[in-house]
Design a binder for this molecule. Structure first.
Ligand code: CA
Ligand code: CA
Ligand code: CA
Length: 782
């Protein structure tokens, strides 16, 4: 709807203008016909006096009151122009006391509109009440609507003269005015636009395009002299552009700077809705004397509240163009869309016209002020930047945007000449135990991120050093050195190789395993790769050996794992053993005599396990005690294999009768048992020495055996031999042999108290009667 209004409005304005032109050519001197010439836009300043002539029609009454129209013109419109002119102009004047009645509305509005008649009829109707000499502008406000708004062809289209030199004959004489005509239903947008036309301003929209129904591609909604008059449906028309304000000399000359050829500069540009005390409002970049670029900033402030957008407008000005032909062309920051609503440049945006050697860059925005770089030096704007990261698929941030390195570790790109920031990862984990650590850049800068000025093609290398992870696991470390180390650095690992817990348990360092096999506890590790070290330890337990049950001063030979220790009671032997190892231990002798008493080894006992025996598996620290017992008479414990069951004390007599079913073995043993009894008796009551008692009993026993069992057999045997051979037996040899056996037997018996000695002694005493007696007898008989 709005667009439709616009098209109608614009189209009819063209027609109106043409119409007036014709009239003016006919009625006044020809100098006024070239009113589109820009050089003739006058400076507009001070109070602008307006006579508002209210008219209604024979067939159409006004709706709005005189006071409402007065408010529109002398309050609202006045406020608008005071703002946009920075107080350079104000609107003064009067409004007619009544609505004068003219001919019918159709008379003026139908077909070819009779615009000149309307003005002249209105002036005529008001002439008696108005002294026209007091006014520069005649503003006719008529009842009804503007055809541009209503679309009704019978309505009158609002219009104006170009400039303020339109001559009208009044009762006060022939005077020149700026003339404009509005409908009572018009918002202030058309009032402002048409009044501005009477100031001499040209139409800035593309008249040809708009008349054909297209978007305006010159200025769009950025200017009162284009579609901006309809902002907020015409209730809040936007400001004129900087070019307009400069034409009218509203914008002071010190608010515009010029950038000459080969110049390069940075400016602070403030939006021109309000005059800035310090910043400029326009940058002029001249090309020819009629063409130049003009940069301005706009913000949604005051009457610019309904701008389509905010930002920096870059316009190309061609002052050789005419009204409606593109004197001002706003450069579209987003040419991909046909509308100019998105034409404003924002921070980071760049405009370039290489043919013009022009670069305009909006650097930043702060407190509504834009920092703008204008470069006409023709220097290159881009340069190649190559970053060598040495790692593929690495993300480097350039101006906070991520770039991924290729398989060669390179990032290539074209970047703006100027300052950039670059940030490389501080650490790159190649795997869980190898990482690269940032150390700097090839230009010796160590900042990360770093800022640098790119002024030409540039190569930059990110420098990393490798680090390897050292993992150490062991007891005995006062400080665990596990962590990351530079490649080829050396790490000292010192370890306390013995930890004694003081409770009979200690651990001993054994060796390192993993990346290094070394039995030294403290080592130096070269970090030429990731290393894992595990310290292996073994546990030792302390065992105590002692003896109880023996009188003090007894010599004991303690044998532990084949090592012999000589102690005198009381003593405690202690020794460390590997946990779970086997210890063999023994104490000797097993029996000690002390007079008739003897002390005999009984068993080993553990402080925690009860009775134990060698070999023993070591699990805990322990006290192993060899227990001896003072034993007075239990000789059977000395020779348990003999199965002596007869208690010495209770009965020293032989059984009264032989048991029934007696077997030969028992019969044979009977004398043997007798001898044991004898020995025991002797030991206890006569000899007081178990050894001698034993020896004595053996001699007695053996002699009896020889006499009773063997002598008859040998006697018979020798008798038979003698009968057959008739030779004399050589007693001498027999005697020597027997003496040797006796000597050996006694020696063994004395020195070792063993059975072999007793057996040899026994054999001798068996042989003595059984051989010597028969030989003696038989030889003698002969
Ligand atoms: Ca009409
Ligand atoms: Ca008059
Ligand atoms: Ca666009």
């Amino acid at each position: 709807m709005k667009k439709k209004f616009l098209i109608h409005f614009l189209l009819l304005t063209i027609l109106t203008s043409t119409c007036f032109s014709t009239i003016l050519v006919k009625t006044v001197n020809s100098t006024f016909s070239s009113s589109t010439s820009l050089s003739q836009i006058p400076t507009i300043s001070g109070p602008q006096s307006i006579i508002v002539i209210l008219v209604k029609f024979r067939d159409l009454e006004n709706i709005k009151s005189r006071d409402e129209i007065k408010d529109v013109v002398f309050n609202q419109l006045n406020e608008y122009f005071k703002e946009v002119s920075y107080g350079n102009i104000s609107l003064t004047g009067d409004i007619t006391p009544v609505w004068y009645t003219l001919k019918s509305v159709k008379y003026y509005g139908s077909g070819t509109e009779k615009l000149e008649s309307l003005i002249l009829d209105a002036v005529k109707a008001a002439d008696k009440d108005v002294d026209f000499r007091n006014y520069q502008y005649i503003m006719v406000v008529h009842a009804g609507d503007n055809q541009d708004k209503s679309g009704n062809p019978d309505d009158i289209t609002s219009f104006s003269s170009k400039g303020n030199k339109y001559p009208i004959t009044t009762m006060e004489g022939r005077l020149s005015f700026g003339v404009l005509c509005l409908a009572e239903l018009d918002p202030i947008g058309p009032y402002a636009h048409y009044l501005a036309r009477t100031f001499g301003l040209p139409r800035l929209y593309n008249a040809a395009k708009v008349s054909s129904g297209s978007y305006d591609n010159y200025v769009g909604e950025w200017d009162l002299m284009a579609h901006g008059l309809w902002a907020n449906n015409g209730s809040t028309p936007v400001h004129p552009s900087a070019w307009v304000k400069l034409q009218l000399k509203w914008m002071p000359q010190n608010k515009i700077v010029e950038v000459k050829d080969d110049d390069e500069n940075v400016f602070k540009l403030s939006p021109h809705e309000k005059l800035s005390p310090s910043n400029i409002h326009a940058i002029k970049i001249p090309s020819t004397n009629k063409t130049y670029y003009l940069i301005e900033a706009r913000a949604k402030i005051g009457f610019d509240k309904y701008l389509p957008d905010e930002g920096v407008l870059i316009s190309y000005i061609d002052e050789s163009k005419s009204d409606g032909e593109g004197i001002v062309k706003v450069v579209d920051a987003h040419p991909e869309t046909p509308t100019l609503n998105d034409a404003a440049f924002k921070p980071g945006d760049l405009y370039q016209n290489q043919a013009f050697k022009l670069t305009i860059e909006v650097l930043s925005l702060s407190n509504l002020t834009y920092t703008i770089r204008v470069d006409r030096s023709g220097k290159p704007i881009y340069a190649n930047l190559t970053i060598n990261t040495k790692y593929p698929n690495l993300t480097i941030k350039i101006d906070e945007k991520p770039f991924l390195s290729n398989e060669k570790g390179l990032i290539n790109g074209t970047f703006r000449i100027g300052n950039h920031t670059i940030e490389a990862p501080k650490e790159i984990y190649i795997n869980s135990s190898v990482k690269a650590v940032f150390i700097g850049w090839s230009d010796e800068d160590k900042n990360n991120p770093k800022t640098f000025y790119l002024n030409s093609n540039m190569n930059l290398t990110v420098l990393y050093k490798l680090q390897y992870f050292l993992e150490v696991e062991s007891f005995g470390l006062s400080v665990n050195p596990s962590g990351w180390y530079d490649e080829n650095s050396k790490v000292q690992i010192s370890i306390n190789p013995i930890i004694d817990y003081g409770n009979g348990t200690k651990i001993l360092f054994s060796h390192w395993t993993g990346s290094i096999n070394n039995s030294e506890a403290s080592i130096e590790v070269l970090m030429d790769s990731p290393k894992t070290l595990t310290g292996l330890w073994k546990t030792q337990k302390k065992l105590f050996f002692t003896i109880e049950g023996l009188p003090n001063g007894t010599s004991i030979e303690l044998t532990i794992n084949n090592k012999i220790y000589n102690y005198t009671t009381p003593f405690t032997h202690s020794e460390w053993f590997d946990e779970d190892s086997i210890v063999e231990f023994d104490a000797s002798p097993k029996i000690f005599f002390e007079g008739l008493n003897f002390y005999e080894f009984k068993f080993w006992k553990s402080s925690i396990k009860g009775n134990v025996s060698s070999p023993l598996k070591i699990e805990e620290t322990d006290v192993i005690t060899g227990v001896y017992a003072k034993n007075e008479a239990s000789l059977e414990t000395k020779f348990p294999e003999l199965n002596l069951t007869i208690p010495l004390k209770s009965s020293l007599s032989l059984p009264k009768s032989l048991p029934e079913n007696i077997n030969l073995y028992e019969v044979f043993l009977y004398p043997f048992k007798f001898s044991r009894l004898t020995a025991a008796f002797a030991a206890k009551n006569l000899i007081f020495n178990i050894y001698l008692a034993n020896l004595a009993s053996t001699i007695v026993f053996s002699f009896l055996i020889g006499l009773i069992y063997v002598t008859p057999l040998t006697f018979l045997t020798i008798y038979i031999i003698k009968k057959k051979t008739r030779k004399t037996l050589k007693f001498k040899y027999l005697g020597l042999t027997a003496a040797a056996i006796l000597a050996l037997g006694l020696t063994l018996s004395f020195t070792h108290l063993n059975y072999l000695g007793l057996i040899l002694t026994s054999i001798f005493f068996i042989t003595l009667p059984s051989l010597i007696l028969p030989v003696k007898f038989l030889n003698h008989k002969r």
